[in-house]
Ligand binder design. Structure first.
Ligand SMILES: Nc1ncnc2c1ncn2[C@@H]1O[C@H](COP(=O)(O)OP(=O)(O)OP(=O)(O)O)[C@@H](O)[C@H]1O
Length: 692
């Protein structure tokens, strides 16, 4: 039997008024395991239909792509193929980034002209001085004395140096501001992507955020500034050379075209290499961050060598690309250096002959040679400018790919759900698979209806898909088939922000961020008052906070909180939102009896609140038994549903079997459990806590 895996949409083509999406597919055969063919399959859609994923049943529309950018100024000067290319669009976008810096950049360009004209007057002045000193009847121009001339020159050079310093300062600061802006936008775009893209490292977000943004910033300012300087120096230098001796200048110009052509090819090659290098560095970082984040495991298994080997392979790839770049630069710079020296030699030979024939003076030949150096220097600066612009375009393409990427779950679409709205939550005939594990159904024919204020505990074997239900509820993912409705409306019709706002989440292993206890409870709820924070903490049984010397202002970093305390803080964080739903994923780690009791007591309080619907994934019997209804998840669907007593009293129930297996495993021996004894007791009256 043939199997088909559709991996990704790779390209969009428009042919005869139809939009064709190219899907990358792999065909496999069960009977012939070695059969594995890749193919690109075009699928046609009407031109104005804009599907945003391969999933049917999607209601919210993909936001229409922004209109194509206006043709850049570049398109007027460059060949069509380049102007229409990705590089040109990336260049246009990079140039657009510099737009807010127009004023300082224009000032910097003005200063650049001042400093360049002053430095370009140096060869001319030196030539005049040589002629002055070698003359039998020395005459200063404009009848100035030597001292006056020297003072004017000194003042001019000082002004030139100041203009140069101002240019560097303005350009660099503008560059840093562009990088900062670009980083902020890239970070914001990353936070809006679907979790899969960021968490699975597919987006290689960190390297785009750090390395690529610096490269782009450098290329738009520092290199742009040097590039402009190079253009001014070469063109004015060339003009001065023509003025002194057109013959000698023509001789020098013989060398320029081949060197320029070489520079173009070199630049293009460098851009290609730069793209590959960025990707290789991204791969390298991914390997390092994976092992560093799991350092305990690496050390416990003495897996240093294994990890080093993986890193060595990745770094080897980076190094081989660097070698290619080094070889290309060595050849290019070697050749240009050689041709530069040969040019000087020819100029000296031919120029010397012209001096001996009295056609030009020694001072003029000296000026011309110095201008040649300026022009040569300018050309070489232009080459490195060109290659760094290419490198910037390469890095820019990667950044703009992320900035322009439309997240699979569109963040800014749909209608807002009011925080006060309450209604029935329904999972209808859901089929779900993770995008990275196509073909493996986590949920199939999954149906579940939960009334307003009802509490439902989902139980099932580990890895059975319980937490995935929460992920669907929070729309980290969308189902492949079926829909989730709230109050009769598909949740994909709601704006993500407002929908997530009505859900309080308590994950298995709650994350606490750098900051204080108060800032952690108020995470994502910046308008919360101290009173509201304390009230939420009280409801979540976080009495331990009052016992701390700095109370709610205690920095999290200084604390070593137990699992139960972290979970109660997470419950407080969720309750502060006054959510319509509470999605609680109970920690599997065993809590001590007091902690367990305090967590369960907090859960009890929530369950008594008929305004909050609770959907919790529970492992501990004492928590499960608190739910009004228990549903058993098996093979991706609900196989049993009922109250604790209903399910436990049925001798052959899946629930009974599941719980017995779990408890036996926990006890490490075969026991017959008295489930009645595990049923929830009325909460014990607790000694009053020292709330202040
Ligand atoms: N982001 C992901 N990408 C791919 N597969 C995933 C992802 N998250 C979970 N899975 C897989 O999906 C299956 C269901 O996972 P899920 O966490 O929903 O199970 P669970 O019933 O909550 O497990 P547990 O009780 O151990 O927490 C597992 O096989 C898991 O490895």
């Amino acid at each position: 039997m043939l199997g088909l895996h559709v991996f990704s949409r790779t390209r969009t083509l428009e042919v005869s008024g139809c939009r064709h999406l190219l899907f990358r597919t792999t065909w496999t055969s069960q009977s012939a395991p070695s059969f594995n063919r890749r193919a690109f399959v075009p699928v046609a859609f009407p031109k104005h239909y804009r599907p945003y994923s391969t999933q049917p049943n999607e209601i919210a529309e993909k936001p229409a792509r922004p209109p194509p950018p206006k043709p850049s100024i570049l398109s007027r000067f460059l060949p069509q193929s380049f102007a229409a290319s990705e590089s040109a669009s990336s260049f246009g976008k990079i140039a657009a980034l510099a737009k807010p810096e127009k004023k300082p950049l224009l000032m910097a360009v003005g200063l650049l002209f001042v400093s360049s004209s002053i430095s370009l007057s140096i060869p001319f002045t030196i030539g005049k001085l040589i002629d002055f000193f070698s003359s039998t009847n020395p005459q200063m121009p404009l009848g100035l004395s030597l001292w006056q001339t020297s003072t004017i020159l000194l003042l001019m050079f000082t002004a030139g140096a100041m203009a140069n310093a101002g240019r560097a300062l303005l350009m660099r600061m503008a560059g840093q501001r562009i990088v900062a802006r670009l980083r902020e936008r890239t970070y914001a775009a990353s936070l809006e992507q679907e979790v899969e893209f960021v968490e699975k490292g597919e987006g290689d977000v960190l390297s785009r955020l750090s390395v690529d943004t610096s490269i782009v910033g450098e290329s738009v300012t520092q290199n742009l500034s040097d590039g402009l300087r190079a253009v001014v120096m070469s063109s004015v230098g060339l003009g001065a050379m023509f003025y002194i001796s057109p013959k000698l200048t023509m001789l020098m110009l013989v060398v320029v075209p081949p060197v320029s052509l070489g520079a173009v090819f070199y630049g293009r090659y460098l851009k290609k290499l730069s793209n590959q290098t960025q990707e290789a560095v991204g791969e390298m970082t991914k390997v390092a961050s994976e092992s560093l984040s799991a350092l305990r495991t690496v050390q416990a298994y003495n897996a240093h060598e294994q990890e080093q080997l993986k890193f060595h392979e990745r770094i080897g790839h980076v190094l081989s690309l660097a070698k290619k770049e080094a070889t290309a630069s060595a050849i290019f710079f070697g050749t240009t250096g050689w041709s530069g020296n040969v040019t000087i030699l020819s100029l000296l030979g031919y120029g010397g002959t012209l001096v001996s024939q009295g056609q030009i003076s020694v001072g003029e030949l000296t000026s011309l040679l110095l201008y040649t150096l300026y022009v040569g220097n300018g050309l070489s600066m232009m080459t490195s400018f060109f290659s760094s612009i290419m490198r910037g375009i390469g890095a820019g393409t990667r950044i703009f790919e992320l900035l322009d990427r439309t997240p699979a779950i569109p963040p800014h679409k749909g209608v807002a759900v009011s925080a006060e709205r309450r209604g029935v939550l329904k999972f209808e005939n859901i089929k779900f698979e993770y995008p990275s594990r196509k073909g493996i159904d986590i949920l199939k024919n999954f149906d579940l209806e939960i009334g307003v204020g009802e509490s439902v505990a989902i139980v099932g074997k580990s890895g059975g898909g319980k937490s995935s239900i929460h992920s669907l509820l929070l729309r980290y993912y969308d189902p492949v088939e079926g829909k989730i409705t709230f109050d009769g409306q598909d949740i994909r019709e709601f704006s993500i922000e407002s929908w997530r706002n009505v859900i309080g989440v308590v994950p298995q292993d709650p994350v606490l961020f750098t900051g204080t206890i108060a800032s952690n409870i108020a995470y994502g709820n910046k308008d919360a008052t101290r009173e509201q924070i304390e009230q939420a903490a009280r409801e979540a049984n976080c009495e331990f906070v009052w016992g701390m010397p700095q109370g709610f202002d205690t920095p999290i970093g200084r604390l070593s909180l137990s699992g139960g305390q972290r979970q109660r803080l997470a419950i407080a964080r969720a309750l502060l939102k006054k959510p319509a739903f509470l999605a609680l994923d109970e920690a599997t780690s065993s809590l001590d009896a007091t902690s367990e009791h305090r967590v369960n007591d907090a859960i009890d309080k929530i369950l008594r609140n008929r305004q909050t619907t609770c959907l919790f994934v529970a492992h501990r019997l004492s928590t499960i038994a608190r739910a009004e209804r228990i549903v058993v998840l098996e093979e991706g669907r609900i196989v049993e549903s009922g109250t604790y007593h209903q399910l436990i009293s049925r001798q052959d129930s899946r629930f009974r079997f599941l719980m017995a297996a779990q408890l036996n495993a926990a006890a490490g021996e075969k026991l017959t459990y008295n489930f009645e004894a595990e049923a929830p007791q009325e909460p014990e009256a607790e000694a009053p806590r020292p709330y202040t």
